[in-house]
Write a new protein. Structure first.
Length: 312
């Protein structure tokens, strides 16, 4: 009789633990994957850059630009982007992708930098961000399809002799590196990926340990299953590293050596995986998304040198 009671109690405990794990996993899914509508603000560690950041934002609001709309036929969802033409007519065009919780406005510093380098700039609000539709953030997996369509619109605007550079930061780096594994048009000439992750599962497990001091099992498989049901992919399948194994485009990887959000080793792994001409720049003293802000002059020079080598 005692054994039966113990077994029953154990069964109740197992059920409670399982239910708790599922509830926590669903909470993490909603926390990470739900639409990001909050107004982006600098993190505490980035407040020292806030004055310069908002000057770039003011410049972005003032400069003449076009609003582009990408219509998704199957779902009726719309994606929105700003197109800033170069000062002088050119075929050189950059398509850029922002980080999670951000939008095209937060790319103002990069828009200005590439505008000054003579590029047309297309800066979308990514899926489930800003003015674009979407219920869930896909961390590059569905965005890469959106960006194939943005590329097509650029070709229609600029012409078949366009020369396209892809650039992304954080989640945006995930987008452009996942995109590198697709059958890209010949007009796409190079990629710059700033502080990108290896795959969504690796990044999730890293943050799970860092923020909650938990091992991957059983939380990651549960979140991955929820994500597969809700969004359509399992976390580890959204892999930048695997896509880069198919990449033969010149690629510049940038990462701060003090990044504790997306660990620096991930760019080392992505760099090793990429099959095309490649460069890796590890920026001393830069945290997550801080490489530009730590030294804008050095950042711009590094980009110019890369473009001079592989793009011009």
């Amino acid at each position: 009789m005692g054994f039966k009671k113990a077994a029953a109690a154990l069964g109740v405990m197992s059920t409670a633990v399982g239910a708790g794990a599922f509830m926590f996993s669903n909470y993490l899914f909603k926390l990470g994957m739900s639409r990001k509508d909050d107004e982006p603000v600098p993190q505490t560690s980035q407040l020292r850059f806030a004055y310069a950041y908002y000057r770039y934002v003011d410049w972005f609001h003032a400069i003449p630009k076009e609003e582009w709309v990408l219509n998704e036929v199957d779902t009726g969802e719309k994606m929105i982007a700003s197109y800033v033409p170069a000062k002088e007519e050119t075929k050189k065009t950059i398509i850029m992708a922002h980080g999670v919780g951000c939008n095209r406005e937060t790319m103002a510093n990069f828009i200005k930098m590439y505008h000054e380098l003579g590029f047309n700039v297309l800066a979308p609000d990514d899926r489930a961000h800003g003015d674009s539709d979407g219920k869930y953030v896909s961390y590059g997996w569905k965005d890469r399809i959106d960006y194939l369509r943005w590329i097509k619109l650029v070709l229609e605007k600029v012409g078949d002799d366009a020369e396209i550079l892809m650039f992304g930061i954080s989640m945006g780096a995930g987008i452009v590196t996942m995109l590198s594994g697709e059958d890209l048009p010949k007009q796409v000439k190079a990629i710059i990926a700033d502080c990108g992750y290896t795959n969504v599962g690796d990044e999730f497990n890293y943050l799970l340990k860092d923020m909650f001091h938990l091992p991957p099992y059983p939380i990651e498989p549960l979140v991955s299953a929820i994500n597969w049901y809700k969004v359509g992919y399992r976390l580890h399948n959204a892999s930048c590293t695997e896509a880069l194994r198919k990449n033969d485009l010149p690629t510049l990887f940038i990462h701060g050596d003090s990044d504790i959000y997306v660990p620096t080793y991930m760019s080392y792994e992505n760099y090793a995986a990429s099959n095309g001409p490649k460069q890796l720049w590890i920026v001393p003293g830069a945290g997550h998304e801080e490489s530009f802000w730590v030294n804008p002059v050095a950042y711009k020079k590094r980009v110019k040198d890369f473009l001079h080598t592989y793009f011009d």
